[in-house]
Design a protein. Structure first.
Length: 742
């Protein structure tokens, strides 16, 4: 059979649809007959859309044949196996009445020109479809079980109505479920009682089954976001099971309610595996909730946002899992349908196999919108050849240190105003207006680390944190001795606050100032910092004690070796054996017995310490959780080491630990004039601290080796005490000039 040849689309707004003519599963491979028709926006023929995970690598070739009916006879077109399976399930479910939009078939995958014309239409294509059918993948016993459970709890229950209640109003219902004794409004009480009755009717939530469904790869793919969010009606298909999208959302809400009830009623130790399953569901829910929020914003909220915000939202790792995309260019193109068509959107040129060019052009456009685009140029990068100032959207990216959340900067180092950044056409440099603050003269060696063995959410390695805090304090005190330093002559109490800000990028102070007076914030920060420092010191002491009880150290710790440890003098040994053989043998046996006893005692003590420490480490990692509070013996132990249970469990401590965890990898630095701050791991002595006008935080720049004077390589974002609120760009000290970033 001859291969199918696509006809070029020459009319703007025209796109293709698929009609399923015949599906025969009795043949091998299955026979799929289709026709491909054209329709046009804004009034296309009625059609459904199929959303699925392609599930293939960038270099894989399609190898599953389908037959395309044309006026001159059938033609052969090859598709990928996951799509073949999806079409078979789609047909088995009865979704054949309307035409279907299937991107893999409706766009000529071999034609860059066809992609360039069709990809910008994807938003309108999905928006105007009657329904999207989401194919999650093949069924399993677990997925079948979960789909049945979802339908069961949605049948004749209030979930369908409650799931439509706005979040703030639902919190009252959630609180009432978590604590049924609290007084509440009659309507809230009615919903509480209905939910509690549903929970008690289903006391065991199918954790493993929920994970099986919600961890399907479809939920973690970038292209499906617009496919799912732009259509008002959506259904989920998994093998032969089907549920509506509202039912899945209701099941996710039911898990939150069920978990609140479970936490209130659970007794004794909870297995780590159970906690890990529940934590996993919350993580999976977070990613799916983001999809529902996008749907709500588009259909009932403020509508679409600009492309820059959409690209940030779906390419920054907030939950730790990068959204998947096979082609790096799709991290921009696959989101265009979610964005409003403004002047920036219209300048994006769709093309593939040129990721460096696509990312560079996009960065040039977006830098004119926000100089903080630089904060997303993070290292290491996946794509080779990118200019230093261009973000690599395919790499693992985090929320900038100077932001509480995306869109929530907490500093204003660059003030307001400044020339609009531009790309120099001759050199490809990004040209920004900024101020050179100083050059780094010293960089610390300590870095914050995560405690990977800790199954709690704290995450920080207290020993490494203690060392980092000590080094930070030393840098601050050294800088304060320089007459040119901005902290010269500052009182010791204020220097302590500077050191705390360096440890967490100044974020905890910003959070506490929202609800507390400045003096109370300063006092709280010192107490929190001291508790973390004491915890690290306590663990160091415990490790030192453990090390002291190793067998070698025990034997070496003897101030004077016993007589039976020292080798006897050869002459005395010969004389003793000759004069009194029996006594010599007795003395030798006694010495051997005493030496053996010493070794056994030392070995026993060493083994006991070894076993206890390993057992404690094992318990820390694998022992179940207990929600019944701190015991009196645990409280006494905390007090013995100077630790405050209330403070350790406070929101201030939680915020500080969270911000420490966000600061992983950064190191403290000092400049020639005595500025102190935090720099990224790539920074070296001699790098410059600079502030870009209009930006939120300082940056570390490096003079470009072998380039013309004034050319810089971007290194990363920084904290710099004394310039975070625009001090470096205020007259009369402002000495702004053009900075060329290569």
């Amino acid at each position: 059979m001859e291969p199918y040849q696509y006809s070029p689309i020459t009319i703007a707004g025209t796109f293709r649809l698929v009609r399923l003519l015949r599906v025969d599963t009795t043949t091998s491979p299955p026979t799929i007959d289709v026709s491909i028709v054209e329709t046009s926006l804004p009034d296309p023929v009625p059609y459904d859309a199929l959303s699925y995970h392609w599930g293939v690598g960038a270099d894989e070739k399609p190898d599953r044949p389908i037959n395309v009916s044309t006026p001159t006879g059938s033609r052969r077109l090859f598709i990928y196996e996951p799509l073949e399976t999806a079409i078979l399930e789609f047909a088995a479910a009865g979704f054949t009445q309307r035409a279907i939009f299937i991107d893999q078939i409706c766009i000529d995958q071999r034609s860059p020109a066809d992609k360039a014309g069709q990809v910008p239409l994807m938003g309108d294509i999905y928006t105007r479809s009657a329904r999207v059918v989401v194919r999650l993948g093949p069924s399993t016993p677990a997925s079948d079980d979960y789909f049945r459970f979802v339908r069961q709890i949605n049948a004749a229950s209030p979930l369908g109505r409650i799931v439509q209640i706005p979040g703030k109003e639902f919190l009252a219902i959630y609180d009432a479920v978590a604590d049924p004794t609290m007084p509440c409004e009659p309507a809230v009480a009615a919903d509480r009682d209905a939910l509690l009755a549903l929970v008690k009717a289903n006391p065991e939530f199918p954790l493993a089954s929920a994970i099986d469904v919600q961890s399907r790869s479809w939920f973690s793919r970038l292209w499906v976001i617009q496919e799912f969010c732009l259509v008002r009606d959506a259904v989920l298909l998994c093998g032969g099971e089907l549920v509506c999208v509202t039912c899945l959302r209701a099941a996710m809400l039911f898990f939150v309610v069920h978990n609140a009830w479970w936490l209130r009623t659970v007794k004794g130790d909870v297995p780590v595996a159970t906690m890990q399953q529940r934590e996993r569901i919350f993580q999976l829910n977070a990613a799916i909730i983001r999809l529902f929020q996008e749907r709500r914003a588009i259909h009932t909220g403020d509508g679409k946002r600009d492309l820059y915000d959409v690209v940030l939202k779906y390419n920054i790792d907030k939950e730790g899992n990068k959204i998947g995309a096979t082609m790096p260019e799709d991290r921009i193109f696959g989101l265009m349908g979610l964005a409003r068509e403004d002047e920036y959107w219209r300048q994006v040129r769709v093309r593939y196999h040129d990721a460096v060019g696509v990312y560079t052009d996009f960065a040039g456009l977006m830098a004119a919108r926000s100089t903080d685009l630089l904060l997303y140029s993070q290292f290491p990068k996946m794509l080779a050849g990118l200019p230093s100032w261009v973000p690599d959207w395919s790499a693992k990216l985090r929320v900038p240190h100077g932001y509480m959340e995306l869109g929530q900067p907490v500093f204003s180092a660059g003030g307001t105003g400044g020339a609009t950044p531009r790309v120099d056409p001759a050199s490809g440099c990004l040209v920004v207006e900024g101020v050179m603050v100083d050059h780094i003269s010293r960089i610390g060696t300590r870095q914050l680390q995560l405690d990977l063995s800790d199954k709690t959410s704290e995450g920080v390695d207290y020993i490494m944190t203690k060392y980092f805090l000590d080094e930070t304090q030393e840098f601050v005190e050294t800088a304060a001795q320089l007459a040119t330093s901005s902290i010269h002559g500052v009182h010791a109490d204020q220097l302590a606050q500077v050191a705390i800000r360096l440890s967490d990028f100044g974020l905890t102070e910003k959070v506490l100032l929202q609800d507390m007076a400045p003096d109370a914030v300063a006092t709280t920060l010192v107490r929190v910092r001291d508790q973390v420092h004491k915890t690290g010191q306590m663990l160091i002491k415990a490790n030192s004690t453990t090390q002291m009880f190793t067998l070698g150290n025990l034997l070496q710790s003897l101030s004077r070796a016993p007589w039976y440890w020292a080798p006897p003098n050869e002459f005395e040994t010969v004389r003793s054996c000759a004069a009194s053989p029996c006594q010599a043998v007795s003395t030798l046996a006694r010495g051997a017995r005493l030496a053996t006893l010493d070794v056994l005692v030392a070995l026993g003590a060493s083994t006991a310490i070894f076993v206890v420490t390993r057992w404690l480490a094992f318990r820390k990692r694998f022992r179940g959780f207990n929600f019944e509070g701190v015991t009196s013996s645990q409280r006494a132990g905390l007090q013995r080491f100077g630790l405050d249970e209330t403070l350790l469990r406070s929101t201030a401590m939680r915020d500080y630990r969270d911000h420490l965890a966000r600061n992983m990898g950064n190191r403290v630095y000092m400049t020639r004039q005595g500025f102190v701050g935090l720099c990224p791991p790539r920074a070296v002595v001699g790098d410059a601290v600079a502030v870009v006008l209009g930006g939120t935080v300082p940056h570390i720049l490096r003079a470009k080796a072998g380039a013309a004077a004034g050319r810089w390589e971007y290194v990363g974002e920084a904290y710099c005490e004394g310039v975070m609120q625009g001090e470096a760009v205020r007259p009369p000290d402002r000495r702004a000039g053009e900075i060329f970033l290569e």
